[in-house]
Design a binder for this molecule. Structure first.
Ligand code: IVH
Length: 683
């Protein structure tokens, strides 16, 4: 190839890189996508091809270089140039005022000051080093003095620029901020872990920490970490040229530093505020006390920093903290309390869950008296004893759990709590497969299992039997009136009326509600059966493909697996369920009782609709349709709507303010539709 041709290839590579980089910035940092996905993909592939043909043109800041090929063997420990200090906590405005008085005693001549209030992101601090504008190193906080070098993983975070957006970069600059996982991403990771039988992460912070320490950066890339930058350190001496050339860019306040970070290409939290007084700080703190619940990530407080860097420098640091900043925390989401007892709950699948009965405590605004201990493994790991002081946590949407035991506070002669060997409900021996975390009761007539199965049967998405709540089901099972869901259809007013607090009117209503459930569609009945892995979505899919219960019962696992989105595990569970004689009897009895065990003619028409067999996910705000309306439209045309994007998704319908689902769909190469596209597809 001639010299000019090489030059033009190099120029093309350069153009592609800046176009891709700009699009990625718009998408991940500004949250304002400006390039259609197909175009991005086309440019990306062109760049990949050119780089493959001309390896000498590959640069470390190329968008193609975000994900490494080979897992790291281990991480190396790196000493921080400047320690990563932690922050002193204040729990209310009085404590904030006390902090303020303390720094003022150190700087008695200082008059009115400005503070910068920022959200305290509940993630993991990272220190990023850029040399001559290029990202060369990413290090975890570690113990604050030394951390682990995880550059390869940091490169996968799309909101971290690989090259600073400036023509005159400083020789060395260190940017610090918080890596975190958005709540929906966190939930998805946990759902995937649960599916694989792995223990869930307790909270997004742990999930982010675990992700950052993954040795395989390809896994990190799939987990969608995000990053907010909050400080910038210029290493003195090495940057005089930069400082002179960028006098405007060399900040003298925190407020300007955040502005600078933003202009260098970082994502900076937009919810920051310049405060002129403690009253302003209080107003900001109060405002976010409620607003933070609506954020897509967790914050555990507000960080208040003195705005003026000269004053910051004058005040300096204690052994552990900067004197010029304080974390104004929101009420604890982790509190100590006393473990009074442990009870063992048996769920509808027979899974036995240890539950901590606690001395009631206030936690994140609610009273907590019970918390999950998850399973036998967790129980053993915690080494929990009666009367122990335990730490209970509630974060975001997560149910309270015992996270730690303070063994040093254990009362003398306390008895250790162990998993029972026999079912606390029916007394039959419990089983725990070696490779599973779950301990199970496998007696299908165990009252706890029967009760759970009936409650599941009554759920709105299943047979939707209104009024048949837990307390009635408990009585019915305990009195031997109901041993299976089929027995519900033999109940009469005369049998129900004598139950404690029932009465004639309620009995009449319940009998009516039970009778009405016979009209529920085949898919709802299938879901109601409570077969493992068959949730509402899988039930709908299966019911659409197998138009009668006979067809489904006769299908081999291999046949069931041919259905789009149905994997081998689900297929196996379904086929196995229909093999069990007691389940076959149950189906016969339900048929006799008059339940819908086949698709209606309309449903059959739907199964042949234009969207039959296609799986959709909705995200963002659509111009005219609400979520339920869009769902109805898709389902009426034979399509299926699920809540999270996976390889099984056929289309993502995206409206305005689409978030991480869009990102994920794009990375999986899933077709993205607008509302108009959707309507066109149906028409
Ligand atoms: S500034 C020297 N700003 O909170 C002061 N920290 O409890 C450095 N954090 O280790 C911290 N959001 O991981 C600062 N806007 C924010 C923050 C923030 C979260 C974390 C950070 C730090 C911890 C201290």
């Amino acid at each position: 190839m001639g010299q000019s041709a090489e030059q033009s290839t190099a120029a093309r590579v350069q153009t592609l890189r800046s176009q891709l980089q700009a699009a990625s910035y718009a998408y991940y940092v500004l949250d304002a996508p400006d390039l259609p996905d197909e175009v991005y993909d086309r440019l990306y592939r062109e760049l990949q091809d050119l780089e493959a043909a001309h390896p000498e043109l590959v640069t470390p800041d190329s968008p193609t270089q975000r994900v490494g090929e080979r897992p790291a063997a281990q991480f190396t420990s790196v000493r921080h140039n400047i320690p990563l200090y932690s922050l002193e906590n204040a729990f209310d405005l009085a404590e904030f005022r006390a902090w303020e008085e303390r720094w003022r005693r150190q700087a008695p001549d200082v008059g009115a000051v400005d503070y910068v209030a920022e959200l305290k992101i509940d993630g993991n601090a990272l220190a990023l080093t850029y040399e001559n504008g290029l990202l060369v190193r990413g290090v975890t906080r570690g113990d604050g003095v030394a951390g682990e070098e995880i550059t390869q993983n940091v490169r996968t975070i799309r909101s971290i620029p690989l090259r600073l957006n400036t023509d005159t970069p400083p020789a060395v600059v260190e940017v610090r901020g918080e890596a975190f996982l958005a709540l929906d991403v966190f939930e998805q990771i946990n759902a995937e872990r649960a599916e694989r039988g792995e223990a869930p992460f307790a909270n997004p912070r742990n999930a982010a920490a675990g992700t950052l320490r993954q040795l395989d950066s390809r896994i990190v890339a799939a987990r969608k970490l995000d990053f907010f930058a909050y400080t910038v350190h210029f290493h003195e001496g090495e940057n005089s040229k930069f400082k002179i050339q960028n006098s405007k860019l060399s900040p003298s306040t925190q407020w300007a530093a955040l502005q600078l970070l933003q202009s260098l290409g970082f994502r900076v939290n937009p919810n920051r505020q310049l405060c002129r007084s403690a009253a302003d700080v209080q107003a900001y703190y109060d405002e976010w006390a409620t607003r933070r619940a609506r954020l897509s990530y967790l914050t555990d407080g507000v960080v208040v920093k003195l705005n003026d860097f000269a004053l910051q420098q004058q005040l300096g640091f204690t052994q552990k903290f900067p004197r010029w900043a304080v974390a104004l925390k929101y009420p604890a989401e982790e509190v100590p309390t006393i473990l009074e007892n442990v009870s063992f709950q048996v769920g509808r699948t027979g899974a036995v869950t240890p539950v901590a009965e606690l001395h009631p405590v206030q936690l994140a605004g609610t009273t907590v008296a019970r918390a999950t201990l998850h399973n036998a493994d967790r129980l053993a790991e915690l080494d929990i004893h009666q009367g122990d002081t335990v730490i209970v946590r509630k974060a975001g949407e997560i149910i309270p759990e015992v996270v730690r035991v303070l063994a040093e506070l254990r009362p003398d002669h306390a008895t250790k709590i162990a998993m029972p060997t026999h079912c606390p409900q029916c007394g039959s021996p419990l089983v725990k497969p070696e490779d599973e975390a779950v301990t199970r009761c496998i007696n299908s007539s165990c009252p706890a299992i029967v009760q759970g199965a009936i409650i599941h049967w009554t759920r709105r998405d299943a047979l939707d039997i209104e009024g048949l709540g837990e307390k009635w089901v408990k009585q019915l099972v305990e009195q031997g009136l109901v041993q299976s869901v089929a027995d519900l259809y033999g109940l009469s007013e005369q049998v129900l009326e004598p139950l404690d607090r029932m009465g004639q009117r309620l009995a009449q209503k319940l009998v009516g509600a039970i009778a009405a459930s016979k009209a529920r569609p085949w898919a709802a009945v299938l879901y109601g059966l409570g077969i493992r892995h068959v949730g509402t979505v899988n039930a709908k899919t299966l019911a659409q493909h197998f138009l009668t219960v006979e067809a489904l019962a006769a299908a081999s696992p291999e046949r069931i697996e041919t259905v789009h989105t149905i994997g081998p595990e689900i297929a196996q569970a379904v086929a196995q369920w229909f093999q069990v004689p007691a389940n076959q009897t149950l189906i016969d009895r339900l048929r006799q009782a008059g339940l819908q065990l086949a698709a209606t003619p309309e449903e059959q028409a739907q199964a042949a609709g234009p969207l039959a067999g296609k799986t959709f996910v909705l995200t963002g705000t659509l111009p005219t349709l609400t979520r339920p309306e869009a769902t109805e439209l898709i389902e009426a045309a034979g399509g299926k709507v699920t809540s999270s994007v996976s390889k099984a998704t056929d289309y993502l319908v995206a409206g305005e303010k689409a978030g991480s689902k869009l990102t994920k769909a794009e990375s999986l190469g899933i077709a993205i539709l607008s509302e108009t596209d959707l309507r066109a597809l149906i028409a």
